[in-house]
Design a protein around this ligand. Sequence first.
Ligand code: SF4
Length: 164
Amino acid sequence: MMRYSGIIYNDTAAAPGVCLTFFTQGCPHHCKGCHNPETWDYEGGQRFTNDVLEDIIRGLRANGVNRTLCIMGGEPLCDRNIFLTTLLIQQVKAKYPNQKIYLWTGYTYEELVKRYDNKTKYVLSNIDCLIDGPFIEELRDTTLQMRGSSNQRIIYSKEIVNGK
Ligand code: SF4
């Protein structure tokens, strides 16, 4: 059964502009100092249903505001969550082909590029921005845009080569 952690429908903190932020449930990384340890348990969170998907699709354009879709964890790209992440991106893109999508992962870009499964390729080819790498407490820096620690990188789609 697919589960997710939560949704912020009007998020002005995640990325530039107004965002709809979707949190997946379940994370294998267990970074020391993680701010969302309640997202680690794969059995936690809530059931993802078709109604949730419809709420997201409506929410992305509610009140005429064009929101960026932010996907973060938990871990959106682990084995247990990548199906839901792919499904969400496919459904949103089917409705809004130009939808802007930012995705946060605890894997590094290099680790993702080494994967050969179609879902990882699909995700990398269909997002506008990847924020990569685990949170490392010793490298914590609260002044960084969109990141918690300085090892993490902001990689825009033109630099994402896999699947293109
Ligand atoms: S990847 Fe993110 S959610 Fe997972 S443990 Fe690290 S900081 Fe927490």
